[in-house]
Write a protein that binds this ligand. Structure first.
Ligand code: NAD
Ligand code: UFG
Length: 334
């Protein structure tokens, strides 16, 4: 298939492009590079030894998107492009609502115009809000605590309504848990700008000596060791999940959790990182971070049952591969 991958130069998108190319699909990337670099497109080609077509475009721009659909016979769209920083979404709600929702509507409209019937959307476990764990796809969604989360819930609803009115338009809503890790080559991975908000990139930067120590946000949660529990998933498992979701997409709207089903606490992750890489990660316990939930992880059984997909890589592989990428990463003076 010819797949349009929006946000394909980004963290999850780049790994998914590699997985798509390795599975024999052709890839057209549309990315405005607002949170990624053009070189990543070259690196995807280097890893796979395959060609990729790249457009530096903003996918909220309907004329630019129209050109893509006119120039290529597209069989499916994977829509990763979006702004994703939770804290920033509270400061700049209009940017988040505009970018994430308009891009989804522009792409869906182009799909209807050009009879492209497969649409895979990057959603997030955040749409479950503070539900009971494990999170199951059939749960009623609860309000999220920030505009970013609301954009994901709204896009899910918009795509669901479009599919209802256009029965040949098939949609897969993929709810990611906590993606970490990097390609085994160490050539692509997560390289956040400035001080990382997320745990794994913070840990790798402490390990590298870029940051002094990890601040563990609270050890008084009702979890086994008191620290927050999440379902970390290797980005390569996540990437493979997209390929299967696309290949097996049938009419209608399908919702899948992409997680491992396993919770890991902050201190367990630190220990796994130290064990995997033989490097100490200094940390201190500080106050809880506002808006954090104590614990969430996936019920990952639906994706296994319906798609035959489950995550294969464990927390040690996630820590090893994250570190390999960070140690190779020459940005910001290193
Ligand atoms: P990322 O920032 O690395 O990648 C997103 C890419 O989209 C970037 O390359 C950026 O330049 C591009 N982009 C943003 N707006 C665009 C626009 N209007 N037009 C064209 N390109 C645009 O983020 P990621 O971690 O790879 O996330 C990919 C998707 O998965 C996002 O939609 C994100 O919300 C979602 N998601 C991520 C996580 C996570 O923890 N990383 C969790 C759940 C869901
Ligand atoms: N944590 C620390 N110190 C840090 C960073 C994080 O102790 O410096 C803790 C958090 O308190 C939490 C855990 O590590 O208990 C994971 O935090 P992350 O920030 O890595 O991830 P979140 O689960 O808070 O959020 C992420 C994405 C969201 C997404 C959500 C579900 O940032 O966009 O996963 O997919 F919605």
């Amino acid at each position: 298939m010819n797949i349009l991958v929006t946000g394909g130069a980004g963290y999850i998108g780049s790994h998914t492009c590699v997985a798509l190319l390795e599975a024999g699909h052709s890839v057209i990337i549309a990315d405005n590079l607002c949170n990624s670099k053009r070189e990543t497109v070259e690196t995807i080609m280097q890893i796979t030894n395959k060609e990729v077509t790249f457009y530096e475009v903003d996918v909220t721009n309907s004329e630019a998107v129209d050109v893509l659909f006119r120039n290529h016979k597209i069989d499916g769209v994977i829509h990763f492009a979006g702004l994703k920083a939770v804290g920033e979404s509270v400061e700049k709600p209009l940017d988040y609502y505009y970018n994430n929702i308009v891009s989804t509507m522009v792409l869906a409209k182009a799909c209807l115009t050009y009879s492209v019937n497969k649409f895979v959307f990057s959603s997030s476990a955040t749409v479950y809000g503070d539900n009971e764990v494990p999170f199951v796809e059939t749960m009623r969604l609860l309000p999220t605590t920030n505009p970013y989360g609301e954009t994901k819930a709204m896009c899910e609803r918009i795509l669901t309504d479009i599919a209802k009115a256009n029965p040949s338009f098939s949609v897969s809503l993929l709810r990611y848990f906590n993606p970490v890790g990097a390609h085994e080559s160490g050539l692509i991975g997560e390289a956040p700008n400035g001080i990382p908000n997320n745990l794994m990139p913070y840990v790798t930067q402490v390990a590298k000596g870029k940051l002094e120590k990890l601040r563990v946000f609270g050890n008084d949660y009702p979890t086994a060791d008191g620290t927050g529990v999440r379902d970390y998933i290797h980005v390569l498992d996540l990437a493979e999940g997209h390929v299967v979701a696309l290949e097996k997409l049938t009419e209608g709207v399908h919702v899948y959790n992409l997680g491992t089903g396993q919770g890991t606490s902050v201190l367990e992750l630190v220990k796994a990182f130290e064990e995997a890489n033989g490097i100490e990660v200094p940390y201190e316990i500080v106050a809880r971070r506002a808006g954090d939930i104590a614990s969430f992880y996936a019920d990952a059984s639906k994706a296994k049952r319906e798609l035959g997909w489950s995550a294969k890589r464990d927390i040690i592989a996630m820590c090893r591969d994250s570190w390999r990428f960070e140690s190779n990463n020459k940005t910001e003076g290193f």
